[in-house]
Design a protein around this ligand. Structure first.
Ligand SMILES: C[S@@+](CC[C@H](N)C(=O)[O-])C[C@H]1O[C@@H](n2cnc3c(N)ncnc32)[C@H](O)[C@@H]1O
Ligand SMILES: *[C@@H]1O[C@H](CO)[C@@H](O)[C@H](O)[C@H]1NC(C)=O
Length: 152
């Protein structure tokens, strides 16, 4: 893993996790088909991460949309919360978390949870996200670290 801010070793490790089978891609390792909401998943991720911790957790996960806006929104927020539930196990203190959301009534709750765990939380619409798509991303940086853990 790249220690945060260490530009002299620009080689990272990319681990992709998906419910679907992902075709091999050079430079990346995949854990699939694997469900992020399965309580065993963080252990499986840990086994693959060099150094046992990630610097960044980046999620473009989404449920299959039903078209019922509130239901789709709730499902996506609970996916984000599942992933957030894993951060104490897999993310380095100081690390970054990015997750996709569809705006809705629970966005505030997710934002509040993120603010408890990260020093800075922003809502962003990356250039790569289509204008007509309602997706927006929470970008949370400077992870405070596992509660009760002794920082190294
Ligand atoms: C919008 S697509 C992401 C596409 C990806 N960024 C790409 O460029 O190929 C959403 C993905 O989230 C995955 N997904 C949804 N729920 C999941 C879960 N519980 N665990 C793991 N992956 C999940 C879906 O299988 C789907 O591939
Ligand atoms: C979406 O639907 C496809 C096809 O039915 C299925 O394989 C996949 O697991 C579904 N994804 C989610 C996130 O439920």
């Amino acid at each position: 893993m790249i220690p945060p801010g260490d530009l002299s070793s620009p080689i990272g490790f990319v681990l992709g996790v998906d419910l679907l089978h992902i075709f091999p891609l050079e430079g990346a390792t995949f854990l699939c088909p694997v469900d992020v909401t399965d309580p065993r998943t963080s252990q499986r991720i840990l086994e693959l991460l060099p150094g046992g911790r990630a610097d960044v957790i980046l999620s473009d996960m989404a449920p299959n949309a039903t078209g019922v806006r509130d239901l789709d929104h709730d499902r996506l927020i609970s996916l984000c919360l599942s992933l957030l539930g894993m951060t104490p196990d897999i993310l380095h203190p100081g690390g970054t978390f990015l997750c996709k959301t569809w705006a809705g009534s629970q966005s505030r709750q997710l934002q509040r949870r993120l603010t408890e765990e990260f020093q800075r939380v922003r809502l962003i619409k990356p250039e790569a996200s289509r204008k007509e798509s309602s997706e927006v991303y929470f970008l949370a940086t400077q992870y405070r670290g596992k509660k009760g853990a002794v920082k190294q």
